[in-house]
Design a protein around this ligand. Structure first.
Ligand code: NAP
Length: 242
């Protein structure tokens, strides 16, 4: 009998989890919402690195590890490949294809926070969609800049920053209004590749404003790679029945 441990935390992972029966486990870090309507088991929290994950895989007699985590969650993907090797089970990975710029797009790849601060100098009203990391830098906002920062949960900003708590999917018309209301002149984004957050790129295109894109981390090679949920489910067959 196949026993799957599915590492998730993104929309596609939840879609896979919905197809899994009770002998399988959906694993979440605990930063987002925890679904309560799944047939499979749900486990919340870390394992204590690759060794801890390998121990869990062996103790729970997991036979297949599925890494369907976010493309910027590089640590857990590295742990997954290492743990599967230690425990002697295969690791399959769902790797979302990156967004590609279209004609007329002004996308600038950013290597890290210092590079981003430099690249932001000519702008006055950036919209950050990087998650929580910019929260650590609210005291460094240069005079003359006003940041709008979108993260999963809202929290207090300061006189140079407003923080909006919002969860995707985001609709094109809502994104248009957000950019217009706040007079956004540059967008800062990861290249998540998710259709749920893609409309902001269309709005940047419409308004002719640049997008500063945080470089994707390099993820390790898994035993098999899939570019979509459909491909992965096809390869799994009917995991409950095997
Ligand atoms: P990360 O830096 O790669 O991982 C940090 C640690 O969190 C891991 O070492 C592991 O702890 C624990 N962890 C991460 N994913 C886990 C999972 N699915 N199940 C159990 N433990 C997990 O990850 P991150 O970037 O902080 O992201 C955390 C979670 O949020 C991920 O599940 C990811 O799919 C989701 N997410 C991330 C982003 C993003 O932009 N990074 C965006 C949307 C959703 P131990 O070492 O103790 O096992």
């Amino acid at each position: 009998m196949t026993r799957i441990l599915l590492l998730g935390g993104v929309t596609e992972a939840l879609a896979i989890a919905r197809t899994l029966g009770p002998q399988h486990t959906y694993s979440l870090a605990g930063v987002g919402r925890v679904p309560s309507d799944l047939q499979c088991q749900v486990r919340v929290g870390g394992y204590g690195g690759a060794e801890g994950l390998a121990r869990y895989i062996s103790e729970q007699q997991i036979s297949l590890l599925l890494d369907a985590t976010h493309p910027y969650a590089a640590q857990i993907s590295a742990n997954a490949v290492a743990a599967a090797a230690l425990a002697g089970v295969p690791c399959w990975a769902l790797r979302r294809p990156a967004w590609q710029p279209q004609a007329g797009d002004d996308w600038r790849e950013i290597a890290g926070w210092d590079h981003l601060m430099q690249a932001l100098r000519p702008f006055k009203r950036p919209l950050f969609t990087l998650g929580r990391e910019p929260l650590q830098h609210l005291d460094d906002i240069p005079p003359g800049q006003f940041w709008t920062l979108r993260a999963l949960d809202s929290c207090p900003g300061n006189e140079r920053c407003e923080i909006i708590g919002a969860r995707g999917p985001f609709l094109l018309e809502d994104e248009r209004q957000l950019f217009a209301r706040r007079d956004i002149d540059v967008l800062i984004s990861k290249n998540s590749g998710s259709s749920a957050t893609e409309p902001k790129l269309e709005v940047a295109r419409e308004r002719g404003i640049p997008v500063l894109i945080l470089k994707r981390p390099v993820l390790p090679e898994a035993d098999r790679h899939f570019g979509s949920v459909a491909e992965l489910l096809l390869a799994l067959g009917s995991p409950d029945k095997t």
